[in-house]
Design a protein around this ligand. Sequence first.
Ligand code: BDR
Ligand code: CA
Length: 317
Amino acid sequence: PVPVIIDCDTGVDDALALLFAVRHPGIDLRAITCVAGNTDVDGVVRNTLTVLEQAGAPDIPVARGAERPLVEPARSARHVHGGDGMGDLGLPAPTRTPADVDAVTLLRREILASPRPVTLVPTAPLTNIALLLRTHPEVTGNIERIVFMGGAVEIGNATPVAEFNVWHDPEAAAILLTAGVPITMYGLDVFRRVVVPGPLVRRLRADPDAGTRLAGELLAHRPSAPDGDPGDSEAGGLGDAGAICTVADPAGLTTRLLPVEVALAPGPTRGQTIVDRRARPGESEIHGEDRETALVDVALDVDVSRFVKLYLSTVGR
Ligand code: BDR
Ligand code: CA
């Protein structure tokens, strides 16, 4: 199995990602780190521990990370994820506490201890990851790839052009993109499209297994599945869970290596991921460029039914 660490802001769809990661036989989930995003970081830790207990995987280490972005104050997404950050499903409080080390320390320890290079999957603002890369740059030697949910080639969600995770901490995203490790950007363009149809959500909700049922409840909570059938009110988007599906089944995603830059200036473009689609393989002349930008594998297309099937067969095993 692929050694994986998830950095998340659980989060309805982060929870869907965790449920998948703990149940997929090709993924060895070695640690989970938490960061402020969808809700405050203590809420994220609580939600994450609860999800693991419901999924029957209580032993994976969980650490608390940054409580605010590098530069700006935290801004929650409670309007999307409910008052508790996870859909207000009335889930029980967790029975255990997080690791006694902070997220950056746990990330460093687990990455360096892994016998095989680790795939890092951030599904949240990139604050913890930026702190890790700046504090312990030696970890990049044992990182296979960073597959992050964030950014958008086309349309944003937090603003007309910026996706929430990048918008919440644009400086951190810029640090990630220039870290010099292979990066896959699982942005809104594909994120929005992977939707589980209502009848399948209903089947999950009726399952005898608590973890499977939780996946159904979370999908049912997802506010109006963005790119689904408008007549199917029970459909739910996989959201962040799509990013972890690509680790289990890379062939489900079509990417292209393109220059990506984060807009950092204050104003209406802040947090936008500017993807340069002018570039063509073998074409050297792009006029007017006076600086280097990071090359990122940008997700441009996704096999929706393949990922929906993969998700259901894994979580509803
Ligand atoms: C991202 O923001 C959060 O609300 C979701 O969990 C996802 O990671 C989408 O923009
Ligand atoms: Ca998230």
